[in-house]
Every structure is written in C-alpha cells, then in structure tokens.
Write a protein that binds this ligand. Sequence first.
Ligand code: FUB
Length: 327
Amino acid sequence: MPLTASGGAAADAVPGANPIIREKFTADPAPLVVGDRLYLYVGHDEAQPDEMFNMREWLVYSTTDMRRWTGHGPIMNVADFKWAKQDAWASQTIEKNGKFWFYAAVEHDDTHPGKAIAVAVADSPTGPFVDARGSALVTSGMTPKGTHSWEDIDPTVFTDDDGTTWIAWGNRHCYIARLKPDMIGIDGPITEITPPHFEEGPWLHKRGDLYYLTYASLDRATHTDEKVSYATAPSISGPWTYRGELTGSARNSFTIHPGIVQFKGDWYLFLHNATLTIGDLGGALGRRAVTVEHLQYNADGTMKPVIQTEAGVTAPPARQDTTRTQD
Ligand code: FUB
C-alpha cells in the first residue's frame, strides 16, 4: 500500500473525500475557476523527518466535478526566480487581461534578506509560468513594521468590480496595496489592515455587496494551533468588521490556510491538515494535505462555521436553507 491516508488505503478512499490529493503532500491551497474547470495551486511539502519545511515547487491540480482531480505537475520551482534562494510558500493565481498571474511567497537572496513576494505570468493556468519582472514585487524593506523576517508572505489577489486588482499579504501584520494595471508593480501606498488574531494566509473574496478577508488566526493567549477567522467590509477599503472564527484547528497541523471560491453555483473552502501518510512518512508540520469543505452563508452574509470532515464535499452540505440567497 504505497499511499495511505488517515489509516486507509488510497485505493479505498472515496473520490473527492479528504484529503483530496493523496499522491503527494500538499499545502496552502489556492483555487481558481477558469470556464468549467477549477484549478488548485498548492505548495509541495517535501519535509523529511528532521526538517520543518522543505518546499521547492508549486503544483497544480484541476477538477470539473469536485470528485476527480487531475495533476498537471509542477508549474514553477523556486529556482525559476533567480533572485530567490528557497521556500516555495503560499501562492495564488488570478486571471486578468487574458493572462494568468501567479503570486507567491519565497525567501529572497541576501540582497534583500527575508521573505518576499514574487510574480510570474503564463498564457495558460497550467503554465509555463515565467518570472514577470526579474525581481521581487514586495521585499521586506517595503513594509512598515518589519518585525520578523517572514512578515511578507502569503499573497492573495482580488480584482474589484472597477477592474482594480488588489494584493494583500502578511504574517502577524496584514497589508494591502493596489496593483498597477500591468500586474507587476505596487501602485500607491501599502496600508495595514491587520484584523484580530491575524497570523497569516489572508484570502480576499467578494459575495454580493460584501467583501471578505479570511485568514489563519492564532490567539496566542489560549491556543497553540491556528484556526481560520474572518472579517467583512462594505468595500475593499474597509472598514473591516471582525466576524470571529470560521473553523477550528486542522487535524495534526499547526498551520491552516484558507482558499475560497464559487464553482458551478456552490461555494467551497479549501484548507489543509496533516492526516496523510505516504509510505513511511506520516503527516507533520511540513507534510500537509489539502482538503475542501462546503461553505455556506447566512442571510446576513456571515459565513456559517465550517466543520472539517473526512467526507468533505462527498457529503451534502449540512444545511442548505440559506446558501443560494445571494450569488
Ligand atoms: O507553507 C508554508 C507556510 O505555512 C505558508 O506560507 C503559511 O501560510 C503556512 O501554511
């Protein structure tokens, strides 16, 4: 049995049940819908027993039915950014002007020590992606706080109704800025919008008239593992109102990382946990596995708490009474 998950053989797993990818350890899921297909960008976790993280490349998978996932292989390696030295951390891809723009956190070389945000571009959601500017979009010196070297991670990108694309990112401090129309430069000031208990992994989306900032949260006074929390706002400029926790912690994992998308009329929350075992390697901090759950909204736009399950989207949503009130 080369592939096992939660003690069960991969061959026995219900297609689409969690974790949804079982051939490799994967983390930091970022969904993108293109036509009738959902693409899922993930980091490839390759930590060995003595390592915390070992992430060198990003993978993409796709599905048309949320049950069967097709692998498209690595779309980029961190070495493709010549100015970066390691760490293929969290990413998100967005489509604009007929191209696919890939934003990712990496470790910059010693000319700008610390984490940085890279941008790459492709004509197809599965690549080939190339470094779009030959230098970092965001370096550690550009953010006002600068308290630790991994502050500038986990980009999320969102295009508003007026066509402006925004990028938010951060660890412990959450920043937001407008992207230039060419998608490879910061346009104007970088503003801090850190919501309560913000740790990392922000994800911007909009539903109806409401803007959502969903993120990995950590209440250091009471918890040791991250959960997912969120805030909402009437515009991308805020003001942001804290709405509390969306999920509990991920099984066996300090980190958790949200990615939200609407696909074929239904909303989904992608996450990761560390329940997968492949061969002799069990789940760990640096050996995670992406999952997905149904996401439902209340009539006032708040999101219903999400319970992380093994059945995932192979089971019907818990309650369907208010999910379709607003698309
Ligand atoms: O996967 C590496 C880092 O762990 C990500 O950038 C964070 O969001 C956390 O998941």
